[in-house]
Design a protein around this ligand. Structure first.
Ligand SMILES: NC(=O)c1ccc[n+]([C@@H]2O[C@H](COP(=O)([O-])OP(=O)(O)OC[C@H]3O[C@@H](n4cnc5c(N)ncnc54)[C@H](OP(=O)(O)O)[C@@H]3O)[C@@H](O)[C@H]2O)c1
Length: 290
């Protein structure tokens, strides 16, 4: 079975690549080999290779830059998924696409359901929502996993930034009024492979949107505390102590793109579909490799 993995150098893509190791027929073009913002090039690639499965882990994820680099964000987050969905609908190929908590408006304090009203607060969220809507319209059998606050040992993410800063400075101010669930890229990859296995066994999950995040919620401040405490437990030499992290409101940390205060995702639908219980976010952080 030919499987196309896009974004294999990203956080989720790297974990998928590792967990798919040994799978025959794996296509993982680098950006130099295939610019995913180039529609004609993507179309030609699909025509040439005819993948039967597409895992679309590629995206434009620079949330603040997306406010100004709008064309690049739109190409990767909206136009690419639309094109992949059209190809999959036409060829019968299986599509697994990833999306974000940033499609929701961030109001209230109840967890979002998959059918909650959307209302992105920033341009990145708008483009991701456009991508979701295109996939749902073009290819109803496709899966869309909406996740939140992705981190991994690879790449640029909150966990790695906090670990770096904790070795350099004795104080840190972290936003405490945005609530969500930090999600290890390795969890996203593991669940994706379970979904893929279902498809390969002829029992695919029903197409549509699923939230994919660990159980439990916390703020970025809680996440920073947990990262530092975990690193101390693992014997890392840090300058920063957990009690020296100051909680601040989002208003004290202005960014070009507005962030939602409520990023809680209800994960019941995914748990029911796969017959699993997702781990708590703190449990996942305890593994050194995640
Ligand atoms: N990061 C988060 O906190 C977060 C939160 C919620 C949802 N998500 C969603 O989860 C999914 C995976 O995110 P991630 O954090 O793993 O992303 P990431 O680490 O930023 O990786 C993005 C991938 O896309 C590739 N890419 C971007 N533009 C490209 C282009 N023009 N041509 C070829 N490749 C291109 C990148 O390649 P290069 O390495 O060459 O740049 C990289 O491999 C995305 O759908 C994202 O929207 C992420």
């Amino acid at each position: 079975m030919k499987l196309l993995l896009t974004g294999s150098s990203g956080q989720v893509g790297t974990e998928l690549k590792q967990q798919l190791a040994g799978q025959a027929g794996l296509l993982m073009p680098s950006r130099a080999e295939l610019d995913l913002a180039d529609e004609a090039a993507v179309q030609a690639y699909l025509k040439q290779h005819q993948p039967q499965v597409i895992l679309n882990a590629a995206a434009y994820t620079a949330v603040d830059l997306a406010e100004t680099e709008q064309a690049a964000a739109l190409a990767l987050n909206a136009q690419l998924p639309a094109l992949l969905a059209r190809y999959c609908a036409k060829s019968g190929a299986y599509l697994l696409h990833y999306s974000t908590d940033y499609v929701y408006p961030g109001t209230g304090s109840e967890p979002w359901q998959e059918d909650s009203p959307t209302g992105p607060l920033n341009y990145y969220g708008q483009t991701k929502l456009q991508g979701d809507l295109a996939v749902l319209a073009q290819c109803p059998a496709a899966l869309i996993f909406r996740t939140s606050w992705v981190y991994s040992v690879h790449g640029k993410n909150f966990r790695n930034t906090i670990l770096r800063l904790a070795k350099q400075q004795a104080e840190l101010r972290i936003v405490a009024d945005q609530i969500g669930a930090p999600t290890a890229a390795s969890l996203i990859a593991a669940i994706s492979l379970q979904a893929l296995q279902r498809f390969q066994q002829g029992q695919p999950m029903t197409g549509g949107v699923y939230h994919l995040a660990p159980r439990g919620y916390g703020s970025w401040y809680d996440f920073a505390q947990a990262i530092v405490k975990q690193a101390m437990k693992q014997g890392e030499a840090l300058v920063l102590l957990p009690e020296a992290i100051q909680p601040i409101p989002s208003s004290d940390y202005p960014t070009p793109a507005q962030r939602p205060l409520n990023s809680r995702l209800c994960v019941d639908k995914l748990e029911r579909a796969l017959g699993i219980r997702l781990p708590e976010w703190q449990e996942l952080l305890a593994f050194k490799t995640q």
